[in-house]
Design a protein around this ligand. Sequence first.
Ligand code: SAM
Length: 448
Amino acid sequence: MNGAKSGPSPRRVAVRILRDIEQRQGFSNRILSEQLERHPELDRRDRGLITLLVYGVLRHRGRLDKLIDSFADKPKKVKGELRMILRVAAFELVELERPLGIANAEAGKLARRIDPHGRLSGMITAILHMIDRDWPIMDVALSDGSVLDALTHRWSVPRWLAARWLDALGPEQARARAQALSVPPTVDLRVDLHRSDAGTLRELLLAEQPKLEFIDVPEPAGDQPQCLRVRGGGDLFYGPAFEAGLFSIQSLGSQQAVRALDPQPGERVLDACAGMGTKTVQIAEHMRRRGEIVAVDASGERLEVLDAGRERAELEGELKLEIIEAELPATADALAADSFDAVLLDAPCTGLGNLGRHPELRWTALESNIGDRAELQAELLRWCAGMVRPGGRLVYAVCSLEPEEGEAIVAAFCSSSEGQAFTRELTQSWTPEQHHTDGFWLARLRRG
Ligand SMILES: C[S@@+](CC[C@H](N)C(=O)[O-])C[C@H]1O[C@@H](n2cnc3c(N)ncnc32)[C@H](O)[C@@H]1O
């Protein structure tokens, strides 16, 4: 026995996943877990490395490509699997500060599949050698150019999005946003304040995982008694505190929509795009699990996740939860207009606020996607408004900071004839640069 590990090399799996994401233009988290499920033999450490490499390469792809292109004799010929192998190796050099010898040897091994005779090995070694030597100088040069170039090449923001940020935010804030999104996001927990509190949960989690590192929520976020912020996160999903339903994993920005809605015990509340129910459960927590919630979504598959979690989230007893699969606004005839105290519309959108958790969106989203759902968003908002009782409230939220998906939709509604009955009470933006969280936008309206 030589103790050598069997199974695929983590770097090879990472390259495969990255190629798959590129070719299918799919969600990184789904493809990553699909592929990891195929390799139960990989241990926890290998899984951690694969995850780190996949998200890291997606997050830094523009910068890694610029480095590769600067040192390749014929950059256009560095494509497909070869480019992905070099991106992984370059990421290890510049972000993980791995020794050149290791990065180069691993890249060479991976390349053997596409280059069995080793014809590319000299080129791979030369490129990696130059990246290892010169990346700090290159980084400075990439940052020093025009802000648009710096956002694109140093901070790996697609050029069209960088141009929008520059326009909307100005150079300083655009750069701050890009920088904030260049590091792995924290893991945020939402404590069920009905069943525990942040201090108690922190102690419980530390007993489960003594090395867990808690970080303060940044000051501009104000008082957030329900939020605990963790770096890394480890196996939080499997511990007894999670099993007992004492907390959910949800980013600070995403936690704000239900806080703004502020559902009360005994109310009747509509969660119009409930998805897998992260916010439905939060609504139940605010209501102290007393009252009535109707959760609607077009996706039966997502609603099944909510349904399956009923027991863990204690969505039974005094709380009446009705789950309806329906494509709004067309197929929700059963719901009576003017009958809800509070309505949450967590509207379908580009998700461009989620670049931290979904770095692949940098490369899969298109500028033209931004307007794609405007009509649906406006229609859903109108329909949801019709469900609110006089005096009731309505929160419109999107995980996007693009004004076409937030401000423009709500402003247009408020100036329409139906919108005249509502007053806008609150508007909030949650941003990576200020709150170190996913980008989230919301507005609360109250019916007169
Ligand atoms: C931003 S996600 C909601 C996330 C969810 N609220 C949560 O907290 O996990 C938007 C949801 O809108 C749903 N959706 C899209 N179009 C819809 C429609 N016409 N009617 C109902 N739901 C729709 C999608 O299936 C998706 O689950």
